[in-house]
Structure formats: structure tokens, C-alpha cells
Design a protein. Structure first.
Ligand code: GLN
Length: 456
């Protein structure tokens, strides 16, 4: 049963069946903690909603995937979780992620690595890996809330064959989000269908006085479903460089399918694609390193007996509490904004970001939306990931980082399969163009037909 069918059925949600299903899924490590919060009713009628672990839910342990926040129970709700509860959603738990969002494969997770339901030897993608994996594995109506800084909704959506929608920067309130990079973070939904993510966006989007950066006026996003997309799409040639052959073929088949329905396409060029990746990793680590300064063993989560001077105490707690990738990013980010290097790295990266935004703007003068592969490959196996150097992992974000850096809305939808694993089709729009993205995605979804999810 789909979310839409459940909402239209007027029936109560079968929570005892859900519990049994979730028990079966335990071995996949989709959750960091389980919970039950909310009273049901409303337009969501008691629909289960999972929340990525870096979004605060009142009374439920929230760790952002890090040991340093183990045992932290927020005394307040994030705006997103509050809006979900007020709409009758029931929060069912906090999903696994890379520590603070630092990763592409959800392998930098302190509480167990989520496994891909299509092949448990493979990654769910990251950093919202638990959210996407659960969405693909759970054969009952459910919507997940994910979060993206540089691709953390699209990448796992692509690897798990579900729909992930990253809204325009500022459209969804981040009050109660444990920040990774404040100029980049966005909260967005992951679901099995375009309807699910459009509906959830309607619930969580829109102005919030508690987040000064939240500027968006929301729209009736579900109203765009079934409305044929009448416009032109651009296919960036740089987004097909170093892409696996199987992925390339599947994505082109989808573009041709759309063309068959009258969606015209033209080749466009985004030469700053690689520069965007470098700029992102400088800005994101710079912001992350300042954001993590507050985890010092005094206010939140992990703390110990006070011994030695403060610096010794902080180093000891932080040394234990942060994983390897978090430490690497603190060092990288601190270096990039240090006196003497700031102009060369951080300031330059900001200028590159402006150029990347301008480059997208120019392309959007010619085409309405951009379509491309979401990730250059299918979900890798864990033994392949182990062999990768950190820089090689960063490079795998080459296609998801540019729209995130520019704050543009984007959606990943299953485009087909390569070697039995899902491949994502990425649809990117100009700022606040969620509506046309949803029309094109839903048009593609009906051409493609339903995805047959694995029985796990
Ligand atoms: N893989 C990217 C990073 O590690 C993006 C992760 C994210 O969006 N949180 O920074």
C-alpha cells in the first residue's frame, strides 16, 4: 500500500504490524534509536515518519551519528518534527547517518553502518543512509526526513532507488538541526513516490520565526503532480564524464523516454563542475570545524570527570567522542580559514561559489530544468569502500555537490537498474522551482511505472 492509498483509505495504521516489520529490518541498522512521538490525526492520519538523527525530536535521543552526543536528549522539538506532529505524523525513530553528515556512504557512523536492502554487501549511500535504506526496505506506508549539505539526500536516494527531494536553501526551517555547514544545510523528505515527497514538503516548508534564514513561502506542491511538464531540459556534458557505462545508459534511456513524451532537451555546459567540488569541501569543512567547537564535553552529550586544565579536558573528551572523519574535517576546516591561508582557501572558495551560482543562472536562461545522473556509479560494496582514500570519497560527490553549493532544489528518482542496483535520475531547478521539478518527476514516474522493491 502506498502513502496515498493509506491516506485515502480512512483506515487506522497497523502499528503492531509495523513493529514486526521493523524487527525484521533490525539487521540493516537503519535506526540509531527507536521512538514513538506524536498523537496522530491531522492530514497525515498517524502515518509513520522517520527522522534523520541530526534533527532534534523532543524527548528522543539525538546524536547526529556521533559518540560525542551519545545520550543527548533534546528538551525541545525542531520546527520540522513539530510540524510533522501537528499534521498527525507519528515519529518512529531516528535514522542512521554519517557522523554529523560527514560522508558519502554512511560508513562513518558510530552506531552501526546501514546496509542496502537491494544488496546488504553494499552501502545505502550517505549521509542520510538510514533514511533512504528504510524507505526502500519497509513495505508499509512511511516517509523519511533526511538532510543534505552536499548531496546527502540525493546520493542515498539514488543508491536505494527511492525519491529524495532537497529543497531550495532556506525553504525549510532548520531550527533544531545539528548543523554541519550553516550556509549549505537543507532538510528534505525521502519517500517511495513523488507524491510522498511533495506532500511532506508541503508540511515542513515555509517561514519560521525561529530560523532567520528561512525565507520560503510554501506552495501547493502536490498540485504539480500529474501536471505535464512543458519546458525544455538541459543535459550538462560535464555530468557524463567519468560516469559508469551502465549508469550513463540507464539515464539516457530515461531522457529519451521523456523526449518521446515531448520533453525537448539540449546539451548545456557547466565548466565549473570540478571547481565547485573543491570550493564545497573548503567551505563545508570551515563551517563544520567551527560548528563542532561547542562539543567540548561540558554542555552536551559525552562528558567525564574534570581532570587537568580545560584544554587537556577538552582534548580528551573530543579525542574520544569524535570519529576519524570528524577529526580530519576539523583539521582541514581550521587550516582553510587560518590567518595566512584564509584568502588563499576560504575566501577564494566563496568567490568560486558565486561563480557557480552565476553559471547555473546562465544555463537556466536557456532551459527550465537540468537532468543528469545523480551519482556517477551504483552503490559500492563495503569492501570497495574500504580501499578508497578520503580524497577519492570526496570526488564521488562531484555531481551532487554543485546544486547543493548553489542552494538549488533537486530531486533524485529511480531511473532504472544497472547490475541489479538502482540508478538515480537527477532533476535540478533554479531557486524555488520545486514545482516544475515535481511535475517533471511525476511525469517520469508514470512513464516508468512502479519500482518493485526487494522483499527483505
Ligand atoms: N558527502 C558530502 C560530505 O561529506 C555531503 C554530505 C552531506 O550532504 N551531509 O560533505
Amino acid at each position: 500500500m502506498s502513502v496515498k492509498e493509506f491516506l485515502e483509505s480512512g483506515k487506522d495504521y497497523d502499528y503492531s504490524k509495523l513493529e514486526k516489520e521493523l524487527e525484521k529490518l533490525e539487521r540493516f541498522n537503519f535506526f540509531i534509536s527507536r521512538a514513538r512521538a506524536g498523537t496522530g490525526g491531522g492530514i497525515l492520519k498517524g502515518l509513520p515518519v522517520s527522522i534523520k538523527d541530526n534533527i532534534c525530536v523532543k524527548g528522543v535521543q539525538t546524536t547526529a551519528g556521533s559518540r560525542i552526543l551519545e545520550g543527548y536528549v533534546p528538551p525541545f522539538d525542531s520546527t520540522v518534527s513539530l510540524r510533522i506532529k501537528e499534521s498527525g505524523g507519528i515519529i518512529i525513530g531516528k535514522t542512521s547517518q554519517d557522523e554529523f553528515g560527514f560522508g558519502t556512504f554512511s560508513t562513518n557512523c558510530a552506531y552501526g553502518v546501514p546496509k542496502n536492502p537491494w544488496d546488504p554487501e553494499r552501502s545505502c549511500g550517505g549521509s542520510s543512509g538510514g533514511a533512504a535504506g528504510l524507505t526502500a526496505a519497509l513495505n508499509m506506508p512511511h516517509i523519511a526526513i533526511g538532510q543534505s549539505t552536499g548531496g546527502s539526500i540525493s546520493c542515498p536516494a539514488s543508491f536505494c532507488g527511492v525519491v529524495g527531494l532537497t529543497p531550495t536553501y532556506g525553504l525549510v526551517s532548520r531550527y533544531g538541526l545539528i548543523d554541519y555547514g550553516n550556509s549549505l544545510d537543507k532538510i528534505g523528505p525521502i519517500g517511495r513516490s513523488v507524491f510522498d515527497v511533495a506532500l511532506m514538503l508541503e508540511i515542513i516548508a515555509g517561514r519560521d520565526n525561529r530560523d532567520q534564514t528561512c525565507i520560503g513561502e510554501k506552495e501547493d506542491y502536490t498540485g504539480y503532480i500529474g501536471k505535464d511538464f512543458k519546458g525544455k531540459v538541459g543535459v550538462p556534458k560535464e555530468y557524463f564524464e567519468n560516469v559508469d557505462e551502465g549508469v550513463e545508459k540507464v539515464v539516457w534511456d530515461s531522457i529519451k523516454k521523456l523526449e518521446g513524451e515531448g520533453v525537448e532537451y539540449e546539451e548545456v555546459s557547466l565548466p565549473l563542475t570540478d571547481a565547485a567540488l573543491y570550493s564545497y569541501y573548503i567551505i563545508a569543512t570551515a563551517e563544520a570545524s567551527t560548528n563542532l567547537a561547542k562539543f567540548c564535553g561540558m554542555r552536551y552529550g559525552l562528558h567525564e570527570e574534570l581532570r587537568g586544565n580545560f584544554n587537556e579536558y577538552f582534548s580528551r573528551v573530543r579525542g574520544k567522542g569524535f570519529g576519524e572523519e570528524a577529526k580530519r574535517r576539523i583539521i582541514l576546516g581550521t587550516y582553510g580559514r587560518m590567518a595566512g591561508y584564509r584568502d588563499q582557501y576560504y575566501m577564494k572558495a566563496l568567490k568560486v561559489r558565486t561563480k557557480v551560482i552565476q553559471e547555473f543562472r546562465n544555463v537556466f536562461k536557456r532551459v527550465d530544468l537540468i537532468v543528469a545522473p545523480t551519482m556517477p556509479m551504483i552503490a559500492p560494496r563495503f569492501d570497495e569502500i574500504k580501499k578508497l582514500k578520503p580524497l577519492e570519497v570526496y570526488q564521488m560527490d562531484r555531481l551532487t555537490v554543485p546544486p547543493n553549493l548553489a542552494g538549488l532544489p533537486h530531486l533524485s528518482i529511480n531511473s532504472g537498474f544497472s547490475k541489479g542496483m538502482p540508478v538515480g535520475l537527477h532533476i535540478i531547478g533554479d531557486h524555488f522551482q520545486e514545482g516544475p521539478i515535481i511535475s517533471l518527476a511525476s511525469m517520469y514516474e508514470s512513464l516508468r511505472g512502479d519500482v518493485k522493491y526487494p522483499e527483505v
